[in-house]
Design a protein around this ligand. Structure first.
Ligand code: AHR
Length: 552
């Protein structure tokens, strides 16, 4: 992958070097120095590959919307029940039934928005079953299990409030009616109506804030197997009649998100064409409107999912990362169609289901989509977040699937036990990129090859936060070779740098309840050399550093 070229002067290269500690504290600096020496002795028998990055600090790009770090939780397996909800009578510490340990872990991620109740579940969800006296129903999509509906509207809104996220509701277009959906929104957001009084009687007098509304889910598949034209006729009705009445949202209206494509082939480009063309041709924007077009894309390999989530080697590591990089083509392809009909980029491309989807763990219920989460997934997450950031002008929201115990999860629980996954740590390391301004980076990625798989050796993004700090995220995909990165900042010099790196002994290293710290970030030092930055990336690692800079 060629992403540009930077010429670095020999003089600068040979300028006096100086190692900068991650903190001014001398003791810490000394310890870090020791860890660097340890790194130098333990990591590479292999010679570090050199990569030069040119960071165009003054060429600010679009904002990297914090919503691309969104999450998704569905009534599926132990995503909700036992994952985040244990009920108020549980011995597991909870607040109104919601696990305290889960809330604490998620608060550290600064989760911008949470999509719920599905997924496929959403198109069979009837909201009245989940308020007041609960109805016991079934979950035919996911294992055919009993759905107690104890986690309903109020519990979800309480959960997003506890973690500080905005609510993204997926409404039932497949088996519901426009009236049912409209009444749900009235129940949630109106002030003085009968439905608002019912909400108050159920414990919440104030209207709720609903940030995002998904109009259907995969309506071309589990959401009703609709053609683009049929879906469009539904979209127009739901978009028109499902309203948000919360006066506090007048200045920040709820986004309406249409179902979009699920791949890159002709049927999917046709779908995007149909929706976007209709959007452009709508005669009266008050008649129907959308703010986003959803796209779903999992890293699966082959269907049904057969890649193991743990116990794999370098071959499967390379294969999965190759598949995941297809996200770039997918986003580019659908963005180009959207550009045709919406050159002002009013409609965001919203990747509201993405992540790795592997074979179910042996012994688990195949309908519960339980898989392990390894270092490979951490790298996969970083690569996808980088793609979204590079397309920040169009991709303004994304939701990894799914938050707890399902697919590429942040958190896994087993009764009172909880473990944070490698993917969790990538999301934590990337928090500074939320709402930061994209800064272009040019580099020769180099190539890592294993058998017939070739991948870019590194990937990198940079951004400036609100306080003017520069942040860089650099991934070394090569599982065998360290990489020495030399970064120059056009027009600026580097004063200091501090950061963290995430790696582990093996490509399939995982955190478990018994060994929860196998894949956790550790501090990394950087060297400043003639105003440039040099740092050594361990093989198969994700690194995020903050860089203090000066005008030259
Ligand atoms: O995330 C699991 C499922 O994948 C969702 O329910 C559905 O939308 C998608 O096919």
């Amino acid at each position: 992958m060629f992403l540009g070229f930077t010429c670095v002067s020999q003089a600068a290269r040979h300028a006096k070097s100086r190692w900068l500690p991650v903190s001014p504290d001398l003791t810490r600096a000394f310890l870090l120095g020791l860890s660097l020496i340890a790194m130098a002795t333990t990591v590479p028998r292999a010679v570090a590959q050199k990569v030069q990055l040119s960071v165009e600090v003054s060429k600010a790009g679009p904002k990297i919307d914090r919503n691309i770090f969104g999450q998704f939780t569905e009534h599926l397996g132990h995503g909700v029940y036992d994952g985040l909800w244990v009920g108020p009578d549980s011995t597991i510490p909870n607040t109104r039934g919601i696990r305290n340990d889960v809330v604490a872990a998620l608060k550290a991620l600064n989760v911008p928005n949470l999509r719920w109740p599905g997924g496929c579940f959403a198109d069979e969800y009837h909201w009245r079953n989940g308020i007041g006296q609960r109805a016991i129903t079934l979950n035919p999509n996911w294992g055919g299990v009993t759905e107690p509906n104890t986690f309903g509207t109020h519990e979800f809104m309480d959960f997003v409030d506890q973690i500080g996220a905005a609510a993204y509701l997926s409404i039932n277009v497949g088996s519901g009616t426009p009236r049912e959906a409209a009444e749900w929104l009235e129940y949630l957001t109106a002030a003085h109506t009968t439905l608002a009084k019912e909400r108050a009687a159920n414990g919440h007098p104030e209207p709720y804030w609903v940030g995002y509304l998904g109009i259907g889910n995969e309506s071309w598949g589990c959401g009703g197997n609709m053609t683009p034209d049929y879906y469009l006729s539904q979209l127009k009705i739901y978009s028109r009649f499902v309203r948000n009445f919360n006066p506090a949202q007048d200045k920040q209206p709820m986004w309406k998100i249409a179902v979009g494509p699920g791949g890159s082939e002709r049927e999917w480009t046709d779908w995007t064409e149909a929706i976007m063309k209709a959007y452009q041709n709508r005669e009266w924007s008050w008649s129907w409107d959308i703010n986003g077009l959803s796209m779903h894309s999992y890293t699966v390999g082959h269907w049904p999912p057969s890649f193991a989530s743990v116990g794999f080697g370098e071959k499967e590591y390379g294969q999965i990362l190759k598949y995941t990089l297809d996200m770039e083509e997918l986003v580019s392809k659908h963005s180009a169609i959207m550009d045709k009909y919406d050159p002002q980029k009013k409609v965001a491309l919203i990747v509201d289901e993405w992540g790795a989807w592997y074979a179910p763990l042996p012994g688990s219920n195949p309908g519960f989509l339980v898989q392990q989460n390894s270092l490979r997934d951490a790298i996969l997450a970083a690569l996808n977040l980088n793609i979204f950031a590079r397309h920040a002008d169009r991709v303004r929201m994304a939701n990894i699937a799914q938050m707890i115990n399902v697919l590429q999860a942040m958190i896994m629980t087993d009764k009172e036990k909880l473990v944070l996954t490698p993917t969790y740590y990538v999301f934590k390391m990337y928090v500074p990129f939320e709402d930061a301004t994209f800064v272009p980076v040019a580099f020769h990625a180099g190539t890592y090859t294993h058998g017939d798989i070739s991948l870019p050796r590194i990937d990198a993004i940079a951004a400036k936060d609100g306080a003017g700090r520069l942040w860089m995220a650099i991934t070394n995909l090569d599982p065998n070779q360290p990489v020495e990165v030399e970064a120059s900042l056009a027009g600026f010099t580097v004063k200091s740098a501090a950061g963290e790196t995430l790696t582990a002994a093996k490509v399939d290293s995982v955190n478990t309840f018994d060994a929860p710290k196998t894949v956790v970030p550790k501090p990394i030092s950087a060297r400043v050399d003639g105003g440039k930055l040099t740092l050594t990336l361990e093989p198969k690692s994700v690194t995020v550093i903050s860089v203090q800079i000066d005008n030259r």
